[in-house]
Design a protein around this ligand. Structure first.
Ligand code: BG6
Length: 511
């Protein structure tokens, strides 16, 4: 986020009554207001099908902020200052009337402010409606002012490479690429953004950040939650599309990219695209050696009985959708040739945590007696994204005492302990950046398409061979056995996070 004054802004939320607005946008906006990151002249216009009074919409936003804001509950005095700038338009997104009403609302607001404002269109709607909105905005000439108009799109950006290309060309037929802000909320997380600072604002690690010193990289995003009320969406997505194609690939890019010349949105995005382009294509008949899928069956988490994925609402009783995916990728360039990147994610896993670990190579020669190095481990650097926000460096130290024993120890940097403040939510950072017109943390069309290209062989192979073994992991474990085999076949293993206790020891886990 670049700090400079934000021009007057009207934020238009398509899907104003939806879950995303309620859970994420409203609390983020309220926090931005509290932190003085909203422009002085700022208005919200909610749009949705439902007939509502502006007051009812206002109440819904307030309820979202009250329920999910990191600041605790909403303060009446503050909300009363925001309220007059909240309005609502109901209507059908495929009919011109709603866009005409929006145009009138802009005119009225700008007349009131005595000057033009930036217009931000936030698509907080299901993907099926996006096309009619974009075309409606285009037809009503609400998209043509490139300098003052922006559109924010949420994932999924397509269902596969072809549909992503089609979506991008539909968007760019109406908006210029510079007006489009594709959200990957992982890029708004402080710890994810800090990967760039850690790598390129310090001279210490960059000289060893390559194939000569790094054995492999692991990225884990483990979720304890299931699909919640999103069974119908998830049935068509699955873990590979839902998480790996976007969030995990973006983390991989930040770890693998070359240093940027300047902190410029396109420069950084170019460097990330270089990584995605260098990902070694996987032949469809070799997918089995590179990717593993899983689906959870019933189990226990923290003493609670958890239903199987196939028993979730909106999910088919014989669903082939994966709720777990682990893949191995290579980045074919000078820096990373033959260094494996292992990525895994899953739902209903034992412990929720997201982290990336850079595992360094062993020392070239072990000079200590074997008896001293029984507990020896290679150096590792772990970037903890959530719930802990930390960077941990693992190395060996001599245990105190007369005998020579080496033990792995850790050096910790914790955000909370160091900065004594809670990080902003990803949506706060991203919304503020859209208002500032800073696209660094957003996905460009080529990033999205290259990322789809990298995983298409896996998606195709999985579609062509429906799983016969689902469900293949129990809720409350860390995924299917095959994920262990994927990495064990290379003589490596998933690094167990200290956050993750042994599932066997959880009294809630049934046998
Ligand atoms: C979303 C996925 O993009 O990210 C969800 O659609 C997932 O399935 C969520 O639960 C995870 O985000 P976070 O910020 O909770 O790690």
């Amino acid at each position: 986020m670049i700090a400079h004054p934000i021009e007057p802004t009207i934020l238009v939320i398509f899907g104003g009554m939806g879950d995303l607005t309620w859970r994420k946008l409203s609390p983020a906006l309220y926090n931005l207001y509290l932190d003085h990151h909203l422009p002085e002249r700022f208005a919200i216009i909610g749009l949705d099908m439902k007939k509502l009074s502006p007051n009812e919409f206002n109440k819904r936003l307030r309820d979202g902020a009250n329920s999910f804001c990191r600041c605790g509950s909403v303060d009446d005095d503050h909300w009363n200052l925001i309220s007059p700038n909240i309005s609502y338009i109901s209507g059908n997104f495929s009919e011109p009337a709603i866009y005409a009403a929006l145009g009138e609302a802009f005119k009225a607001q700008e007349k009131n402010w005595g000057g033009p404002a930036n217009h931000i269109f936030y698509l907080a709607t299901p993907p099926g409606i996006v096309e009619s909105i974009v075309r409606g905005l285009g037809a009503a000439r609400l998209a043509h002012d490139r300098r003052h108009t922006r559109i924010v799109a949420e994932k999924p950006f397509g269902h596969n490479l072809d549909s992503a290309v089609a979506l991008n060309s539909m968007l760019t037929a109406v908006f210029d690429e510079t007006q489009i802000y594709r959200i990957d909320h992982y890029l708004g997380k402080e710890t994810v953004q800090n990967i760039l600072a850690f790598r390129f604002a310090n001279a210490l690690f960059e000289p060893i950040w390559d194939r000569r010193y790094i054995d492999h990289v692991q990225i884990t995003v483990a979720e304890q939650v299931g699909v919640e009320h999103r069974g119908a969406y998830y049935e068509h997505a699955g873990a590979l599309r839902d998480m790996i194609q976007n969030h995990l690939m973006q983390i991989l890019c930040l770890i693998a990219m070359e240093p940027m010349v300047s902190f410029d949105a396109n420069e950084i995005r170019n460097k990330k695209v270089d990584v995605l382009r260098a990902i070694r294509p996987i032949a469809e008949d070799k997918v089995v050696h590179h990717a593993v899928r899983g689906q959870y069956g019933a189990g226990w988490i923290e003493g609670q009985k958890i239903a199987a994925y196939r028993a979730e609402p909106g999910v088919a009783p014989d669903s082939p959708s994966e709720t777990f995916a682990a893949i191995k990728l290579f980045v074919d360039n000078w820096r990373w040739q033959d260094v494996p990147f292992y990525l895994r994610t899953g739902k209903r896993l034992h412990t929720p945590y997201s982290e990336a670990t850079i595992q360094f190579s062993p020392v070239p020669h072990q000079s200590f007696p074997t008896s001293a190095t029984l507990a020896w481990q290679p150096n590792h650097l772990t970037i903890r994204i959530q719930p802990q926000e930390e960077i941990v460096l693992g190395f060996q130290a001599k245990q105190p005492g007369a005998n020579l024993h080496l033990s792995p120890v850790n050096m910790h940097f914790s955000y909370q302990e160091t900065f004594k403040t809670r990080s902003p939510e990803a949506y706060e950072t991203l919304l503020a950046d859209v208002m500032l017109g800073d696209a660094t943390l957003f996905m460009r069309s080529d990033q999205v398409e290259c990322s789809w290209s990298a995983i298409m062989p896996i998606l195709n192979a999985w579609e062509n061979t429906p799983p016969v073994e689902f469900p293949n992991y129990q809720a409350g474990t860390m995924g299917p056995e095959a994920a262990e085999v994927l990495i064990a076949q290379d003589g490596r293993s998933w690094i167990q996070s200290p956050l993750d206790q042994d599932p066997e020891k959880d009294p809630g886990v049934s046998g």
